[in-house]
Design a binder for this molecule. Structure first.
Ligand code: NAD
Length: 482
């Protein structure tokens, strides 16, 4: 069986203790590879390598850093089919999604930050003839990058690319649930000629590897994407050590549909924003609020198309729209959330059940896309993140009412608004507490824009030059002119 390796100091190595974790294919429930069960010794080696490489990498001209990163981007593109297949098998997502979204975006992350760093500049402030200030921006040092399983290579590279472009060296940990594409990335980095120690990838559990990176005194910065509870634990450990922190956490995003929307576009996109990647995208709209005058019409159309169009099946099959959820325990969690929704009085309009496929896939983790109505806004189902193919729908009567609903959770990551009324769109967008408001679209991302959430969805912003500011430290130099 294939053994994944750590990538430390430019080489692919086994975990020091020789221990491994089973890696499951969620489509069939079978173990198909082994993941290093690394520990503090492996993290220590990785941090040592990153620390040793730092001063040379930070002093490497940015044009050279950019050239290597562009090579990595090209190699990701060149290996698109292989990477997409690996990600689909690791994660359960439809191969078509991995091919069109996840892997191209991973290549784009390297491309964007490789070219972005060439245009990054710091500021100067003149004090009217008496002094000039200029701000130097130096790479912070060894960056700890910890990422989740839902968009494995996409989110992993979203952290690593700006870090190494800015001149940091990195110790990164992918999710132990979906490690394969990170492993393939290490092979690509070797082929691209990334100097030893610039990127180190340590596989294993969060409470071992992730915790060891977070607490390491030689890692002054942590960029984390994952659950809100884990983010709180990382903040608890890192804050007293005064580490720079970026926390991209959970969401419970509202999708607001006004009666004056473009109905067809709203239904079509809502199918995606509800169920893409089995609903396992932090940006999915899981609470759908529909203006009462179109509630019945929208509900009927949405539920019918969900049943008709969203085929659940083998992720590698081209016809599949809904693949497997990522793990058995996650499937059980989602099913228990559906039970809670029923106990809270929710009526299942479609789905609500595990799907048993046949043959090779009979032990896979499949859940039918599920729409629930009839729940009050303040119940557990409408407050807590489920992170699966489950949405709730409810009617609203006024703009004021729906804004109160939209802002009523502890999260504030993303939101979606459907209306053809321009003034209303801007007015509502201004009042929603979230890091991003999509108007008449979903998941459109310009990498130059800041990205991140508010409240329990996190702190700090990634994206664009904000990321370079995070991975560098400003130092003001003040020169007296007379
Ligand atoms: P998770 O918090 O369980 O794990 C995320 C990563 O943290 C994994 O690599 C894990 O091994 C590691 N980890 C676990 N415990 C740790 C610890 N004590 N110290 C350090 N690292 C630790 O999250 P998950 O289940 O992998 O991902 C799903 C969550 O991620 C959802 O809540 C989702 O909303 C969120 N998410 C947020 C964004 C965003 O941009 N805001 C994007 C994707 C996913």
């Amino acid at each position: 069986m294939q053994k994944i390796k750590n990538y430390i100091n430019g080489a692919l190595v086994d975990p020091k203790a020789g221990l491994y974790i089973d890696n499951y294919n969620p489509a069939n429930g079978k173990v198909y590879s082994l993941i290093p069960d690394s520990d503090t010794d492996d993290v220590q080696m990785a941090v040592g390598a990153a620390k040793a490489a730092f001063s040379t990498w930070a002093a490497t001209p940015k044009e050279k850093r950019a050239r290597i990163m562009l090579k990595i981007s090209d190699l990701i593109e060149k290996n698109l089919d292989r990477l997409a297949l690996a990600e689909s098998i690791d994660n359960g997502k439809p191969l078509s999604l991995a091919k069109t979204v996840d892997i191209p975006r991973a290549a784009a992350n390297f491309h964007f930050y490789a070219t972005g760093i060439l245009h990054f500049s710091s500021e100067a402030h003149s004090m009217e003839g008496s002094a000039i200030n200029y701000t130097l921006r130096d790479a912070v040092g060894v960056a700890g990058c910890i990422s989740p399983w839902n968009l494995p290579l996409y989110l992993f590279t979203w952290k690593i690319a700006p870090a190494i472009a800015a001149g940091c060296t990195v110790v990164a940990k992918p999710s132990e649930i979906t490690p394969m594409t990170a492993f393939l990335l290490s092979e690509i980095c070797i082929e691209a000629g990334l100097p030893a120690g610039v990127l180190n990838i340590v596989h294993g559990y969060g409470h071992k590897v992730g915790a060891a990176i977070t607490v390491h005194p030689d890692v002054p910065l942590i960029s984390f994407t994952g659950g809100t509870k884990t983010g709180a634990e990382i903040a608890r450990v890192a804050a007293p050590m005064f580490k720079k922190l970026s926390l991209e956490l959970g969401g419970k995003n509202p999708n607001i549909i006004f009666a004056d929307c473009d109905f067809e576009k709203a239904v079509k996109t809502t199918l995606q924003s509800s169920f893409a990647n089995q609903g396992q995208i932090c940006l999915c709209g899981s609470r759908i609020y529909i203006e009462r005058s179109i509630y019945e019409k929208f509900k009927t159309e949405f539920a019918e198309r969900t049943k008709k169009l969203l085929t659940v099946g083998n992720p590698l099959d081209e016809k599949t729209k809904i693949g497997a959820v990522v793990s058995k325990s996650h499937m059980e969690k989602i099913l228990s959330c559906i039970e809670t929704a029923k106990q809270e009085g929710g009526k299942i309009l479609c789905g609500g059940n595990q799907v048993k496929l046949e043959g090779d896939f009979k032990d896979g983790y499949y859940i039918a896309p599920t729409i629930i109505e009839g729940l009050p806004n303040d119940c557990k189902t409408n407050k807590e993140e489920i992170f699966g193919p489950v949405v709730t729908i409810m009617p609203f009567d006024s703009e004021q009412e729906v804004l109160q609903y939209a802002n009523s959770t502890n999260y504030g990551l993303a939101s979606i608004v459907w209306t053809e009324n321009l003034t209303k769109a801007h007015r509502v967008a201004e009042k929603i507490h979230a890091g991003i408001v999509w108007i008449n679209c979903w998941l459109l991302r310009d990498l130059r824009t800041p990205f991140g959430g508010v409240k329990g969805s996190g702190v700090g912003r990634e994206g664009g030059f904000e990321a370079f500011q995070f991975f560098t430290e400003p130092k003001n130099v003040c020169i007296k002119l007379n």
